[in-house]
Ligand binder design. Structure first.
Ligand code: NAG
Ligand code: NAG
Ligand code: NAG
Length: 577
């Protein structure tokens, strides 16, 4: 049925670079330092001379882009007018690469059994969904006017922010528009993807973020629309990301230059995040299943199989892994928050995606949930809210919970639907209540990025918010879980809670001239400290989950037929391994 095909080896240059990189790593540390210094000085001199010779040279890019996601809790992109040169970098119609993409696609034998999701009627069916669609349109208006084709809208300064420079918001929002029935908006964005989107740019991108947002978004949009152009683009970006897997252990590097294919560890350290290397499998597998070319699935699934063999504490994984040595970093914090969270999510979702037929995925997942209950779950005082804390250095308990952990209720109830024990359902319900309280207990009805829980008797409030953690990035996890909970229980309470949260976003984060903004302080309704940034996941995830939550049709998108990637992009379930 599927003829195996060979995709031109884009990897040749990177492979060479890789062995150079290895040799480099084998040099004595001091020698490397001296060489680096020499390179740097030469580099600076060249740049300096060049900038004298050419007055129009754009300012040297700061390395902030590499770290923005990782440290975004604390970093707000500084104001910086993008220079004209940078704008042009992502806009030229690049006929060549487009033609190449077409050739690539011709070589595929697209499988007959391609899955199409059935959406009976896209578009809102009640006033709640209508309100969500209005919110989407308002966000889109700002993006379209001030940030079209760029990664993120800065709604207050009416400008944009580029992280990778590949239209993140636009791509993340494609399937949301499709599901909401926003045909004109979808069509306009489609034209941009078809004619302007160019992955052949000299930019370092984060492997994981690009996989979940761009590869995931293009694939789900392809499944929804059956428009092959999206598949062509998905193949294109996947080929640009594949060099990351070329490490000694097969565990991918965190970053890659799209043009050169040079993959490397992050600038801020030598290790990859465990969550990042274990949260690309749904996307790469789907691409293989759709194209009939197994190499994507093989490379990505190898990582899961490898992690499966490593020693863990009650099924729990640390935050970092070294891509070359293949070791977990020891004495690392055990958490269900940043850097580990989605490892657990993708254990379950991979098991579902492959027809619930690879039993070690299920076993690892069940062991991990047991491990969470044993080591991380505690109750706060005085209200007995159930929360998931962290083990610092793998030993010392900290009653700290990231808002990110709120994805867990949705994952747990999804697992329960597929036969996991009742204890999972119970924890899902309790944690859902806690996550709701993280919103309901603040003066703005919006959750902080991180909450601490009071574990001492003798009064005080259950939830403690530190100044550094008081921001809200328009994150989706609680709304996501509310949808899963509502989907499987039909308990209207979850919709009511969702509506309350939606109204708080409307009240405190909406920017009049278009767009929504992240805010710096959820504790102060008089001044929430707007941060002037709308993250792509607000359109890709948060508003999509609100829309699904308020859907009266139980199976607008059926969870028996598809599985959502961690960026809310739905992909089909394949009933075989
Ligand atoms: C792109 O292709 C169009 C039509 O095939 C042509 O008119 C145009 O000059 C080409 N642009 C570039 C930059 O090659
Ligand atoms: C609905 O969920 C709420 C919150 O968890 C709970 O208090 C209530 O008992 C549930 N209602 C039903 C009918 O199960
Ligand atoms: C599950 O795996 C077994 C053994 O590999 C196979 O015989 C069976 O057909 C598979 N079931 C499905 C639903 O793919």
């Amino acid at each position: 049925m599927s003829v195996s095909i060979s995709i031109p080896e884009l990897l040749q240059t990177p492979v060479k670079r890789r062995s150079l990189w290895r040799e480099w790593n084998q040099l004595p540390r001091f020698l490397r330092l001296v060489l680096l210094l020499m390179f740097a000085m030469t580099g600076f001199s060249v740049v300096y001379l060049y900038s004298i010779l050419s007055a129009e040279l754009p300012s040297v890019k700061k390395s902030r882009d590499f770290t923005q996601k990782h440290f975004e809790q604390n970093i707000i992109p500084t104001e910086r007018k993008e220079s004209v040169a940078e704008v042009q970098q992502i806009e030229p119609p690049h006929n060549k690469s487009k033609e190449e993409g077409k050739d690539l696609l011709k070589k595929f034998s697209i499988r007959n059994e391609i899955k199409r999701f059935e959406i009976e009627e896209a578009g809102p069916t009640n006033q709640y969904q209508e309100a969500v669609v209005e919110a989407f349109k308002h966000a889109w208006k700002g993006y379209r006017e001030y940030a079209w084709g760029h990664d993120h809208l800065k709604p207050i300064s009416k400008s944009f922010h580029n992280w990778f420079g590949i239209g993140l918001t636009l791509i993340d929002a494609l399937d949301t528009m499709y599901i909401m029935g926003l045909k004109e908006e979808f069509q306009e964005a489609r034209e941009w993807v078809a004619n302007k989107l160019d992955f052949n740019i000299n930019k370092d991108v984060n492997f994981f973020e690009t996989t979940i947002r761009v590869l995931g978004g293009l694939l789900s949009t392809y499944h929804l629309s059956q428009d092959k152009m999206f598949l062509e683009k998905a193949v294109d970006i996947a080929n640009h990301l594949m060099p990351c897997f070329k490490t000694r252990s097969g565990v991918p590097y965190s970053d890659v230059n799209l043009k050169t294919g040079f993959a490397h560890a992050p600038l801020w350290g030598s290790d990859s995040s465990v969550s990042e290397v274990s949260t690309v499998q749904l996307e790469f597998r789907d691409l293989s299943r759709v194209t009939g070319s197994p190499k994507y699935e093989e490379a990505a699934f190898h990582v899961s199989k490898y992690l499966h063999t490593l020693p863990k504490k009650d099924g729990l994984v640390p935050m970092f892994i070294n891509a070359d040595k293949g070791h977990f970093r020891t004495h690392s914090t055990l958490t269900l928050g940043a850097r580990a969270d989605t490892y657990y999510e993708y254990l379950l979702k991979q098991w579902i995606q492959t027809g619930r037929n690879i039993s070690w995925l299920k076993e690892d997942y069940m062991e991990a949930v047991e491990g969470v209950m044993k080591n991380l779950v505690r109750k706060s005082q005085p209200k007995q809210l159930v929360f998931v804390g962290e083990l610092l250095s793998g030993r010392n308990y900290s009653p700290k919970m990231d808002h990110l952990v709120c994805f867990l209720s949705g994952t747990l109830i999804l697992g329960y639907h597929y036969g996991m024990p009742t204890s999972h359902q119970r924890l899902a319900e309790q944690l859902m209540e806690t996550c709701y309280q993280m919103y309901a207990s603040t003066a703005t009805f919006l959750s902080p990025e991180i909450a601490y829980f009071n574990m001492k008797d003798g009064g005080g409030s259950d939830i403690i918010i530190k100044s550094n953690d008081a921001h809200n990035l328009l994150r989706p996890e609680t709304v996501e879980s509310l949808w899963y909970m509502y989907y499987f229980t039909r308990n209207e309470t979850y919709r009511r809670w969702g509506w309350n949260i939606f109204q708080a976003f409307e009240r405190y984060t909406k920017v009049k001239t278009g767009g929504y903004t992240t805010i710096g302080d959820v504790r102060n309704p008089l001044f929430v400290r707007p941060r002037d940034l709308m993250e792509s996941f607000f359109l890709g995830e948060t508003l999509k989950y609100f829309y699904l939550l308020f859907s009266d049709k139980q199976e607008l998108l059926s969870l028996d037929k598809l599985v959502f990637n961690t960026e809310a992009h739905p992909l089909p379930i394949y009933n075989n391994r």
